[in-house]
Design a protein around this ligand. Structure first.
Ligand code: GDP
Length: 434
């Protein structure tokens, strides 16, 4: 999914790695790469144009986030704007009647089955029904899917589409259903009769959602049909199917910006489980190859409260970094989970580094040694003489050699940290010498 974009974006942004000062030419090169990548991925032309304008304006005007390096700022701006065109916030599926519309063969019926399964697994009471009276095979397909998922399929003989929808709603109310998913007729092309039928169904059941099911593989064509449906019956959301088969992802990047309707889910395969909530921020991160940047930010905020991070940052800047601070840093990193995972979350960390195995046992040992010191020793490591070292080694179940190593590492870190500038907000993690 979106492999092509991810490849192009990561390649382009990797040129910025380690760059301390950005020239205008570099910014222009990056923007040109991004433009090419987006067009190649079949993103709507107007969407590409407005996206690039926003990134360029911000890159020039904001002297962005003065806390970050210029290169990181560009990456972050691209990330934020990408998240925004993908829809910004995740869009929920409102409880009530959900009508599914779209052309034939896009995966509408399969998607209703997947969604029924997804909602049922979240402990919602779900029921499904079909108003596609002209295609008995399509109704049967949904009935089979409902059986497989284990949710009721409401059928009413000899009824018109509007009658089916109305009766299904009455029954759903009686049975206390959270979500009633209604399939509608699919056609090969948009026609007036279909639109009229959909309008009447909509009028009769006043749905909480009208979801358009679009096939991502159809590219710009899907976008055109989507627009026509939206103009005619006003949609509340989109589900993009066959994202597993579409490496380009142009539709995913165009829908919100071009039509103004959020994507709520994506289909990523033919099986019942192959449906995912559409998270704009996570998709943006995936495209940029940034790992899980957002989770990193959230985690960092949870673990070190802003003021404590600030105090630590100021102490470090003043060169007051002591062993207590080192302990805090170790715990900070430890509380975020396995280190390899954390590295994967940090933007700009190369693939080789992400695969690096880090010795967490050594972290534990260092922590034990520092914990065996007195407060005074941690604050003023200079007083740690030989007899204190012996005591610390005993207390932590290590050797004097180990204690010496930690003290040496502390000295190295202190030196390195002195050179670190601009630590504000989320502390930049100093590179540990081990
Ligand atoms: P409908 O006519 O819109 O109801 O389409 P169907 O639900 O019958 O689906 C048409 C075809 O698309 C079927 O072969 C499905 O298995 C397939 N399909 C649906 N969703 C996906 C998806 O997310 N990924 C893939 N690879 N195939 C899908």
């Amino acid at each position: 999914m979106l492999d092509l974009l991810t490849e192009r974006f990561s390649k382009s942004l990797s040129k910025l790695r380690g760059v301390r000062k950005l020239t205008e030419k570099q910014v222009n090169d990056i923007l040109r790469d991004i433009r090419m990548a987006l067009l190649e991925a079949d993103v709507d032309y107007d969407v590409v144009k407005s996206f690039l304008k926003k990134v360029r304006d911000r890159a020039i005007n904001e002297d962005i986030k003065n806390k970050l390096s210029p290169a990181d700022s560009v990456v972050l701006t691209v990330y934020e704007e990408l998240t925004s065109i993908l829809g910004g916030e995740k869009a929920d599926l409102k409880r009530g009647v959900v009508i599914f519309v779209g052309l034939q063969g896009t995966g509408k019926t399969t998607t209703i089955g997947k969604l029924a399964n997804f909602l049922k697994n979240q402990s919602f009471k779900v029921a499904v029904s079909s108003t596609d009276v002209r295609r008995p095979a399509a109704m049967l397909q949904l009935q089979r899917l409902a059986e497989k998922v284990g949710v009721p399929y409401y059928s009413f003989d000899e009824a018109s589409p509007v009658e089916i929808a109305t009766k299904a709603l009455e029954r759903a109310k009686k049975e206390g259903v959270d979500y009633l998913l209604i399939d509608t007729a699919g056609r090969l092309h948009i026609d007036e009769e279909l639109m009229e039928e959909l309008k009447r169904i909509k009028e009769a059941v006043k749905p909480s959602e009208v979801i358009y099911v679009a096939d991502a593989m159809q590219g710009q064509e899907a976008l055109r049909a989507l627009k026509a449906f939206h103009e005619s019956i006003t949609l509340t959301g989109v589900i993009l199917t066959k994202m597993d088969g579409d490496a380009r992802g142009g539709v995913a990047l165009s829908v919100k910006e071009a039509i103004g309707v959020p994507i709520k889910f994506v289909g990523v395969g033919e099986k019942l489980e192959d449906i995912e909530i559409f998270y704009p921020d996570r998709i943006a991160q995936r495209i940029l190859g940034l790992g899980d940047l957002q989770s990193l930010i959230e985690k960092a905020q949870q673990i070190i409260p802003e003021d404590e991070a600030q105090v630590l940052a100021t102490r470090i800047m003043m060169g007051e970094f002591d062993l207590e601070d080192m302990l805090k840093q170790i715990r900070f990193i430890k509380s975020m989970g396995p280190l390899e995972k954390i590295l994967g979350m940090i933007p700009g960390v190369s693939a080789e580094l992400k695969n690096l195995k880090i010795d967490e046992k050594k972290f534990k040992k260092t922590e034990a040694i520092i914990l065996s010191m007195t407060k005074e020793e941690r604050r003023n490591p200079k007083i740690i003489n030989m007899s204190r070292k012996v005591r610390i080694a005993k207390g932590s179940g290590t050797s004097v050699g180990d204690v010496n190593k930690v003290l040496k590492e502390y000295e190295e870190m202190k030196k390195m940290i002195k050179r670190l500038k601009g630590m504000q907000g989320i502390p930049k993690l100093p590179r540990f010498p081990f």
